[in-house]
Design a protein. Structure first.
Length: 150
């Protein structure tokens, strides 16, 4: 059973997610302890291709208070662990279709490893966002009406 640490709720509103990929994350020991304390944010993060591998940029991991090394690595670039076949597939898709890699959720898997779910995303236009707001409001109103009748 996976233990979800954080999710990127804004990603589903700003982007249209077409596909998801699970990846590992290269971390130091004190970063893992900080993540266990929920000192992490993936709201502004995104992933890019650099030197033939996928890198996670702008992911905030708070410094661990009891760490020996006090260097500031809160927003450093972190490598994502994927099989070479998956990396090549993602590079091809990103080059061809002009999509973006957005982190959706960060969690611990069954074995206790930190994993990140990345989504292939296409940016929504303003009218798409308004449409999704209308749909959400309609669902909420119908749920309230159904709840009142019974």
């Amino acid at each position: 059973m996976m233990k979800i640490i954080t999710t990127n709720k804004r990603a589903y509103f700003d982007y249209e997610i077409t596909d998801t990929v699970e990846a590992g994350l290269v971390l130091r020991g004190d970063e893992v302890k900080s993540i266990r304390n929920k000192g992490v944010s993936i709201n502004d993060a995104f992933a890019t291709v650099q030197r033939g591998s996928i890198q996670l940029l702008n992911c905030y991991i708070a410094p661990y208070s009891h760490a020996y090394d006090k260097t500031d690595t809160t927003r450093q670039t972190r490598q994502l662990l994927l099989h070479k076949k998956e990396v090549n597939k993602l590079i091809g898709i990103l080059a061809k279709k002009g999509l973006t890699l957005i982190p959706l959720k960060l969690y611990f898997n069954d074995r206790g490893y930190v994993k990140i779910e990345i989504g292939l995303a296409k940016s929504k236009k303003l009218y798409d966002k308004k449409e999704s707001i209308k749909e959400r409001d309609i669902k909420r109103e119908t749920a309230q009406i159904a709840k009142v009748r019974f």
